[in-house]
Design a protein around this ligand. Structure first.
Ligand code: ADP
Length: 268
C-alpha cells in the first residue's frame, strides 16, 4: 500500500516536472552565504524577463523565501488534494516551507522520512503548471534533502553559491564534487558578498577576501558565473520582503546578479 502511494507520487512528479523547461537547484555547502538571496534574485529576474518561474524553498530548518518575497504567513491554497503555489508577481509563484510552518522562529523537528515526504509532496502535489523555470532553494550542505531532490527531479542543473574566503572555497569544491557524483550538471559557481565600494570613503572593502569563488570554479572545472558584491540594500530588501534586483536594478550587486544569470542561461 505504502509503495503504491510512493510510486503514484513519483509518476505525478514525473508528469509535473515534464511541464517545466529548466530546473535549477541553488545550493551551498554552508549556511549564511546568501544562497536564498541568490535564488530569490534569479527567480525575480527570470520572471521580469517574461519567463514563467516557480520558486521552491525546501530549506525545512531555515526557510527564508517567504520573507524574502514578502509572502510570509500566506499559505498556498489547497483543495485538500493539490496545492496552488502562492503568486508573488507576474510570472512568479512560490512554495516555501516557511508559509506552511506557521509562526516564524518555531524550530522544526522532523525525521528524515517526514522531510522526504514533504519534498515529494512539493514536487507531486503542487499545481506548478507549465513553467519555463523552477528555481529550488536547497538547505545548506550535501545532506538528505538535496540528494533526494537530485534523484527525484530529472534534468536538474545546480548552481553553487559561496563567499570568497578559503573555507568557503573548500566547501564549494566539496559541493561541486557531491553534484558530480550523483551526477547533476553543475551550471557554475557564484561568489557572493564580494568587495564593495565604501559609501563614505569610496575605497574598496573586501569582507571575505574576494577571488575564492573563481579559484574554486577553476579547481573544480566548472564555469564561474561572477562575483556579487556586498550591498546593504540587498540586506534591507530581504528584511522588507522586496525583490532586490527589481527594486534596485542599478546597484552593482543587482547588475552582477543579472550578469551571472545571463551566463547561466547561455550555458546549456
Ligand atoms: P543562506 O540562504 O545562504 O543562508 P541568505 O540568502 O539567507 O543566506 O543570506 C544571509 C544574510 O545575508 C541575509 O540577511 C541576506 O540579506 C544577506 N545577504 C546575502 N547576500 C548579500 C549581499 N550580497 N550583500 C549584503 N547582504 C547579503
Amino acid at each position: 500500500m505504502h509503495q503504491v502511494h510512493i510510486d503514484r507520487r513519483q509518476s505525478l512528479i514525473k508528469e509535473n516536472m515534464a511541464r517545466i523547461g529548466r530546473k535549477l537547484l541553488v545550493m551551498s555547502n554552508k549556511g549564511g552565504v546568501g544562497k536564498s538571496s541568490v535564488a530569490a534574485s534569479f527567480a525575480a529576474l527570470l520572471s521580469a524577463s517574461g519567463q514563467r518561474t516557480g520558486l521552491l524553498d525546501i530549506d525545512i530548518h531555515g526557510p527564508s523565501m517567504a520573507r524574502l518575497t514578502g509572502k510570509e504567513g500566506i499559505p498556498p491554497s489547497s483543495d485538500g488534494k493539490f496545492m496552488d503555489p502562492v503568486p508573488v508577481r507576474e510570472n512568479l509563484s512560490l512554495i516555501s516551507m516557511g508559509s506552511l510552518l506557521g509562526k516564524a522562529g518555531t524550530p522544526v523537528i522532523w525525521r528524515g522520512p517526514m522531510k522526504l515526504n514533504v519534498l515529494r509532496q512539493f514536487l507531486a502535489d503542487v499545481r506548478w503548471g507549465d513553467l519555463d523555470w523552477l528555481v529550488i532553494d536547497a538547505p545548506p550542505g550535501t545532506g538528505d534533502e538535496p540528494l533526494s531532490l537530485c534523484q527525484m527531479v530529472p534534468d536538474l542543473a545546480a548552481v553553487v553559491v559561496t563567499t570568497g574566503q578559503e573555507v568557503a572555497l573548500l566547501d564549494s569544491v566539496k559541493a561541486v564534487n557531491f553534484l558530480k557524483t550523483i551526477p547533476v550538471k553543475v551550471a557554475g559557481i557564484v561568489e557572493n558578498m564580494g568587495a564593495f565600494g565604501c559609501p563614505h570613503c569610496g575605497g574598496q572593502v573586501d569582507l571575505f577576501r574576494s577571488g575564492g569563488g573563481e579559484r574554486a570554479a577553476r579547481e573544480a572545472g566548472v564555469p564561474f558565473l561572477g562575483t556579487v558584491p556586498f550591498d546593504h540594500e540587498l540586506l534591507s530588501s530581504g528584511e522588507k520582503g522586496e525583490l532586490y534586483p527589481l527594486a534596485h536594478p542599478d546597484r552593482p550587486a543587482a547588475r552582477a546578479l543579472s550578469a551571472a544569470l545571463e551566463r547561466l542561461r547561455e550555458a546549456r
